[in-house]
Design a protein around this ligand. Structure first.
Ligand code: FAQ
Length: 347
């Protein structure tokens, strides 16, 4: 769906006639246009808020930035299946188990759309997986924390998916077409994820004191990690200025974080939980909430591989990859057989 192949002229037909061959030759080769003109065309399209598609010329740095961000995003989705996946076999009812299976499966699907979108930029899935499995690629810090109780599953839906939607809605307007289009469906599904988490927590909050304490404990452990998910403060974000100039990022890390805080405070009130920040209060002048200091040292330690679950998460992914080798081999052998059969039939 997201590959370049749909944009490639159909060359499968017979040998072109002399006239057709001449007209093919007449198509100007991209190299005959100067790099400066291509850059000017690209800049003009970005300035006009247009879309860049896989077959369009783009600066190498734009391509690299997109491969970095989209592949990190894809890795986050598939590593993000693990913390909640741990609870599928322990969900408290058949209904909750079915919802959780559907949600975790959706996250796997998001990873696949995103890997496909990244492939349109000229990287391969094998290259991306290799970067993840060897620890060279980043994925979201949030998935390196443990899910200790069932309430964590609800809080991940409410807060982690809630933060993910806040960050991803603007990506539906990203300047790179395949990424923007992938995000439309991802956001619709994330919205269901957020609601199912919030609803699960509402049910627990109307339960026993022990259940309410479990929810509060989970909120206490996840709140600050969710605020850090939006990335470093704008002043320390090396990629933001260029990403925004290119229309990849539309809203800055700090602005999205603020929107998330403002949206979440009333939801916490309805739920009946306290957000664990003594400095959290409404600022009448700014018409926004003030909030306390995020522990960026802890964030960077986690991003750099030293969070509580980094090794476990990576180990699980590598094991799944190795154990799935026979499936990939079988699928390839099957595809080769089918191709050989088609060629025999065509001969
Ligand atoms: N974790 O200059 P910036 C989800 C890195 S999906 C780890 O600000 P940028 C769904 C950043 O990569 C969650 N690393 O970077 C779900 C960069 O390093 P680099 C993922 C982080 O790209 C829910 C460096 O710090 N969402 O949750 C983090 O302009 C539930 C400097 O940062 C996306 O990926 C972090 N939190 O802005 C699944 C959305 N933050 O590459 C399962 C798309 C920053 O230079 C269950 N991505 N870094 O070595 C984005 O919007 C952006 O890439 C940001 C970072 C905002 C994440």
């Amino acid at each position: 769906m997201y590959t370049q192949s749909f944009n490639v002229p159909d060359q499968a037909n017979d040998t072109p006639t002399a006239g057709a061959a001449a007209s093919l030759k007449a198509v100007p080769a991209p190299l005959s246009i100067s790099e400066a003109a291509l850059q000017a065309d690209f800049d003009a399209r970005i300035d006009a808020d247009g879309r860049i598609e896989p077959q369009d010329w783009m600066p190498e740095a734009y391509r690299k930035t997109l491969v970095r961000q989209i592949s990190q995003h894809a890795h986050s989705e598939i590593v993000g299946m693990l913390p909640e996946g741990n609870w599928i076999s322990r969900a408290p009812s058949l209904k909750r188990k079915a919802i959780l299976i559907a949600k975790v499966q959706d996250e796997g699907g998001h990873g696949l759309y995103l890997y496909s979108a990244a492939e349109t930029l000229g990287t391969s899935r094998d290259q991306m997986f290799d970067a993840l499995h060897t620890g060279r690629a980043k994925y979201s810090s949030i998935f390196n924390y443990p899910t200790l109780t069932w309430a964590d599953v609800g809080v991940i839906g409410w807060l982690v998916d809630g933060a993910a939607i806040m960050n991803q809605i603007p990506l539906c307007r990203c300047s790179y077409g395949p990424y923007a289009r992938a995000m439309v469906r991802v956001c619709k599904e994330e919205s269901f994820h957020q609601r199912q988490g919030y609803e699960a927590l509402l049910v627990m909050m109307s339960g026993t004191d022990e259940q309410r304490a479990m929810v509060q404990d989970a909120v206490n452990r996840w709140w600050w990690k969710c605020l850090a998910m939006f990335g470093p403060p704008d002043a320390d974000s090396p990629n933001s200025a260029q990403g925004m100039r290119w229309g990849i990022k539309r809203i800055s890390n700090d602005a999205l974080r603020q929107k998330f805080v403002d949206a979440t405070v009333p939801q916490a009130k309805v739920l009946g939980v306290t957000l664990p920040d003594p400095d959290l209060k409404w600022n009448e002048t700014r018409q926004q909430h003030d909030y306390g200091a995020i522990d960026w040292d802890e964030f960077w330690a986690t991003v750099n591989g030293n969070g509580p679950c980094n090794k476990e998460r990576l180990g699980t992914r590598v094991k799944a990859w190795n154990e799935g080798q026979w499936v990939r081999d079988a699928a390839l052998a099957h595809a080769r057989k089918q191709q050989a059969r088609r060629m025999l039939e065509a001969a």
